[in-house]
Design a protein around this ligand. Sequence first.
Ligand SMILES: C[S@@+](CC[C@H](N)C(=O)[O-])C[C@H]1O[C@@H](n2cnc3c(N)ncnc32)[C@H](O)[C@@H]1O
Length: 277
Amino acid sequence: MTSQTATGAGAGTPDEPEATRRAAGVAESARANRGWWDRNADEYQVEHGTFLGDDRFVWCPEGLDEVEAELLGPAEQLAGRPVLEIGAGAAQCSRWLAAQGAHPVALDLSHRQLQHALRIGATFPLVCADAGALPFADASFDLACSAYGALPFVADPVLVLREVRRVLRPGGRFVFSVTHPIRWAFPDEPGPEGLSVAASYFDRTPYVEQDDAGRAVYVEHHRTLGDRVRDIVTAGFRLVDLVEPEWPSWNTSEWGGWSPLRGNLIPGTAIFVCVRD
Ligand SMILES: C[S@@+](CC[C@H](N)C(=O)[O-])C[C@H]1O[C@@H](n2cnc3c(N)ncnc32)[C@H](O)[C@@H]1O
């Protein structure tokens, strides 16, 4: 299996990290992923920047756009609202939110990703921090969102969800997208080899790339669909929707293991819509 979310470093040669499945805790995962995204932010933005667009809000490799999805609510109701974007990367989503008149704050673990946000012209606050320890007062935001940011990478998703709930006002909404859990049972390949089950869906052992000394340099954490629902409820949210975007006919692009071939057969993304009562 290769990584589901980023273009993983791969396995095997002396210069490359070894890909394995093993335990990885909160601190090790955060340290590894901060380093990975700092080292790979430039390549990620070159590879995916055009698809993401500098000021579009794209939820996933399927290309679902917030303009049509309105998962955060009608666009005309975003004006004036404080919104936290978690794992923002170059903060393209926050740029779209700002264009609607919202007041976004874009947070990411990777300093280099946030430098790309500056490069494409972010005019709102950028915060370099871990999603598991949000540096904001309680009830600071009306909305929070995350397009594949943080949640696929953290060892303790309930910690992150609790933090997001804490900084939301009552009635606030958190919408986040992650790799659809079913994808973990399949090789992360865009072609036919990516259509045969190769691992147990129920095996939560993290995907880890590690260096010669056994230090993790990249980590992804798997949760089953039931785990995700349980995490959301345990953190105190009410789950109001689970969106599984279908692969649209206009999207002919491949992104890691995402492709029209696989997208037409199995879901690639799960988007959870949660309310803080
Ligand atoms: C797949 S990228 C998604 C970025 C952006 N939403 C996009 O669609 O391009 C994942 C992002 O999550 C960030 N990230 C990973 N772990 C994090 C954590 N614990 N706290 C905050 N951000 C994190 C990474 O630095 C990276 O920028």
